[in-house]
Design a protein around this ligand. Sequence first.
Ligand code: DOR
Ligand code: ZN
Length: 382
Amino acid sequence: MATIRLPGLIDAHVHLREPGYTHKEDIHSGTCAALAGGVTTVLDMPNTEPPTSTPRRLREKVDLARAKSVCDVGLFVGATVADLDAYLPAATRACGLKIYVNETFGSLRIEELGLLHRLFRTWAARAMELDGWRPAASPATSLGPIAVHAEDLMVPVCLSLSQLYNVPLHIVHVSRRSEIELIRAAKGRGLAVTCEATPHHLFLSEEAYKGGGNRFDMRPKLAAPDDVAALWENLDVIDIFATDHAPHTLSEKGMAEEPAASSEQATMPGVPGVETMLPLLLTAVDAGRLELDDLLLRCVENPRRIYALPKQPQTWIEVDVDAVHTLSDEMTRARCGWTPFAGAQVKGRLEKVVLRGETVFDGEQVLAAPGSGRVLFQDGVQ
Ligand code: DOR
Ligand code: ZN
């Protein structure tokens, strides 16, 4: 048995589902799942109900997170067609602005070029007010990046808006060869673009969907084996590994034992993941597909730099890197109670999580009290 100590991980893409969808997850259950995955900071997405798109909604979410979270939480604000500029006064209290440019779960979607212009322009103007003039392609601003769910042709659209308005862009869950190769070219030209890949796009392909159905349905959809190979070939272009932890119940996915929906009915895209990222990545390290430093760069250092997250003092995780175990639905703490990786044999078991000097997970149980996590970017806000 070899136990190693690593920093607490950052998962820069989770859906804690509160408010609005607490039958799938809430801030307490989702942050407990995070700790059980070795994650001590999560960045929460705005496609809740109501969406986190105005200062008041952000404030309400901050209050919920202050009462319920067991790990540290940063919150995105989201752009909606109805509240287009309403995110602006809340921008400094969010980790970034999220724009959904493609179809996915929830009501947030910006599909018109004119609206996208306006969002990039207002963001750039606000960043200029706060930070003054910045040279093109300098990454950090006081507002964080604009994070986009952009697939396929929307990738070059967002890249060009980011360049035209001099706004740092983060492209979430990249899944295809055409996308990652374009991002490589953009980085080569010095554009201020970063990107992330999920464990499901790195370890699963469309073959899983063909064999297993809607348990393996998410946006972006699982891609062809050649696209998966392209992510691994271009690992140096991927700045962040993040899970897109997107819980839905099995019955909402039409996969419960007693199906609620007919197989014709559209089901909800998304899969949970915050608990399974660490063992999956450690297994890739064991198999020689990754170095441990590659993992730490993408799960700690880069997300901290890209989103300007504070360091967590006296915080670490302990992992028995030799322990072999099998992932299962039963082991999950996420409220939805399943994982797309059920049956996968992994190497590396989390034994302990220490957050600010307190043992918050002992390998079996979450010991932290609700509300012991911090909500980031709220300095001076009561
Ligand atoms: O599959 C997905 N589900 N992709 C997303 O981008 C959103 C997510 C969700 O919120 O369920
Ligand atoms: Zn997402």
